[in-house]
Design a protein around this ligand. Structure first.
Ligand SMILES: Cc1cc2nc3c(=O)[nH]c(=O)nc-3n(C[C@H](O)[C@H](O)[C@H](O)COP(=O)(O)OP(=O)(O)OC[C@H]3O[C@@H](n4cnc5c(N)ncnc54)[C@H](O)[C@@H]3O)c2cc1C
Length: 386
């Protein structure tokens, strides 16, 4: 007889892996399904930044709770996630409104330290002092997102959860009221299904006739695995453009274009950053586009050149290092931090996706959402509920 799971979680990136773990911790029978063992999932290419600066109110509670969860996750999950304090270094480039940027950072209650270009180069010798007019630093944290994801998956399996590989092609509900999930290889049954498919969430639900306001960027970066160079800080621009790109591209009047392939809804942006993990792996990026086709063909040579050229302005020696271009899809929602909850008129079908800052927030929100799924409503989640 076919096994009927309590929950099938579709997508084994950070959102699906953490939620599968939290559901299995509650004693539920879980199947975590993914189309690939590793692949080009966004979690694999994440910088792993864990941050809580500039947050307050209920959201601040969730950000701080995320940080606190990370502090004990290696112990709880039984695997080192390489969570550690790191200095975030925010660069201010000459094209920016410097007064405005300084005022914005000083307005936050966090103790940012403002640096001249020379002072910034003393703590980060790879920086080009000519390319910045100022910098800010603040201690936040970083985790290795690949290890974090594996840790959640292995702990889920230890708790009795099952993980299978297969591309979900159909989400169908049968007369017996259970969900029948068909993949390229097999089919599975569950009482409930939660879609955590990152940038593919929109397409997967659309194929099932479900419209949810969730979108995706094509993110591109350069990965360097063999290098003697050592970056001391987590380098990010003081004014990132990603949020503006997402907000602009997900305006209600553009909604219909998301269902037609071939549109680029705004010019691509590059948020010039660089991070390094313990062990030396470096990521340079990040170029983001809102192209409406998840399978859109991107010109890797042109993108890599652009990323290297932009990163090369502030970190010239890093941009010369041999590396590999990658791209992945990253889910987002319009002017919110996530979308989650029951899909209307589809009893037993849920979504948990579209996170901003998932590396910080998901470890805090996944246990809350798991408890909500078994009947304990959580007021802190209400702003994100579908
Ligand atoms: C360069 C870069 C840097 C970033 N830095 C940070 C950072 O510092 N801090 C931070 O918080 N966030 C960061 N992010 C964002 C963050 O990494 C992502 O938003 C997050 O990892 C997404 O997780 P996810 O589970 O939603 O998606 P994914 O990791 O993409 O996982 C989705 C999974 O669903 C599977 N899937 C999709 N469709 C199907 C299907 N039909 N059947 C079966 N499986 C399917 C995919 O194979 C995939 O494994 C960064 C992103 C990028 C690209």
């Amino acid at each position: 007889m076919t096994k009927i799971y309590d929950w099938i979680v579709i997508g084994a990136g950070i959102t699906g892996s953490a939620l599968a773990y939290e559901l299995s911790k509650l004693g539920l029978e879980i199947l975590l399904l993914d189309q690939s063992t590793d692949g080009d999932r966004a979690t694999h290419y994440s910088y792993g930044g864990v941050h809580w600066y500039g947050t307050s109110g209920d959201r601040g509670t969730l950000f701080h709770e995320g940080k606190a969860r990370h502090e004990q996750l290696s112990n709880e999950l039984g695997m080192d996630t390489e969570f550690r304090a790191v200095e975030f270094l925010f660069t201010v480039d000459p094209g920016q409104d410097v007064e405005y940027t300084i005022a914005a950072y000083q307005q936050m209650s966090d103790p940012f330290q403002m640096l001249t270009p020379q002072e910034a180069c003393e703590i980060e010798p790879l920086l080009n002092p000519e390319a910045i007019v100022s910098a800010f630093t603040l201690q936040q944290a970083q985790v290795n997102p690949i290890l974090l994801n594996q840790a959640y998956q292995q702990a889920t399996i230890r708790q009795g959860g099952v993980m299978e590989i297969g591309e979900v092609q159909e989400l169908g509900k049968e007369l017996d009221r259970s969900y029948h999930i068909r993949t390229s290889e097999d089919s599975y049954q569950a009482k409930n299904v939660v879609v955590c498919a990152g940038g593919w969430t929109r397409q997967l639900l659309k194929q099932a006739g479900i419209d949810i306001p969730i979108y995706f960027t094509h993110a591109e970066l350069v990965e360097i695995v063999n290098t003697d160079k050592r970056l001391s800080n987590f380098i990010i621009p003081s004014q990132t453009q990603l949020y503006q790109l997402e907000t602009y591209s997900s305006r209600p009047e553009l909604e219909f274009l998301w269902d037609e392939p071939g549109h680029e809804l705004a010019p691509a942006i590059v948020d010039t950053g660089a991070v390094q993990f313990l062990g030396g792996r470096l990521l340079l990026g990040q170029l983001s586009r809102t192209v409406t086709d998840p399978q859109a063909q991107i010109n890797p040579q042109r993108s890599e050149k652009e990323i290297r050229q932009k990163v090369g302005q502030i970190l010239p020696s890093l941009a010369q290092e041999a590396g590999t271009w990658h791209s992945c899809l990253v889910a987002f929602v319009h002017q919110n931090f996530a979308i989650m909850g029951a899909i209307p008129k589809r009893e037993g079908l849920y979504v948990f996706s579209g996170f901003t800052a998932p590396i910080t927030l998901v470890p805090a929100i996944a246990p809350r959402f798991a408890r909500q799924l078994i009947g304990t409503p959580d007021p802190l989640l209400s702003p994100f509920i579908l």
